[in-house]
Design a protein around this ligand. Sequence first.
Ligand code: ADP
Ligand code: MG
Length: 236
Amino acid sequence: MAVVRLENASKLYKSEDKRDKRKHYAVRELNLTVEQGEFVFLIGSSGAGKSTMLKLIGGELSPDEGSVYVDDMNVSRLFGPWRARLARTFGIVSQQTLLIRKRTIMENLMVAGRASGMQRKSKAAAEKALGLVGLPTVGDCYPAQLSIGEVRRVELARAMLSSPPILLLDELTANLDDDNIWDMMHLLNELNSRGTTIIMATHASQYVNIMRRRVVTLVDGKLAGDVKNGRYGDIV
Ligand code: ADP
Ligand code: MG
């Protein structure tokens, strides 16, 4: 069980133009609470700050201003065993694939499982996670042998190895065709109905509109909308 809370959280970057010494806000003064079991679509155009926001929540980035809490723990002040506990709170699929090309799917999942502290149980956990995403037989394949839809589902399985209470998914539906997006949304709906919190950045507007879940919108790094049972583009 975990509640995520951002309080006036901002992240600053140096300008990509080297002559420009000023910093600019990737995200600015974000305030948001997500309760355990919620399903949140994070939307906004490219560069709006979606990935930065997910990284702040997952503790991959620390806010330059404001704070991020998981339950009552300040994420950027955690260290040692608390940090490891935080890592087990989140299952993360980032925008860039984390699968190693030269390893089979099973090897990939076992490497990830060991990294998250599972020792002997990692094979069983990998098999269970692959079953959950509907791909029980791909363990001996290499990533390049799978379709993009299958790769995405394997990435989801990788994120779910330690049964985290919260999934942070960055554009998991990018480059998928309609059938694959639909399958993915069904799968996420099912995980969510079993209690997993889902926070996902997506551009799949059609599906956001069908699912009618909470829609959080970022515009230029600022929170521009937060609507329950929302639609793509709702700004309230
Ligand atoms: P989105 O995921 O919505 O496309 P991002 O969170 O990736 O947006 O980026 C938000 C803003 O922060 C963009 O203007 C981007 O250029 C900037 N930004 C993100 N990461 C970095 C970085 N490592 N260095 C400099 N600027 C960055
Ligand atoms: Mg992004």
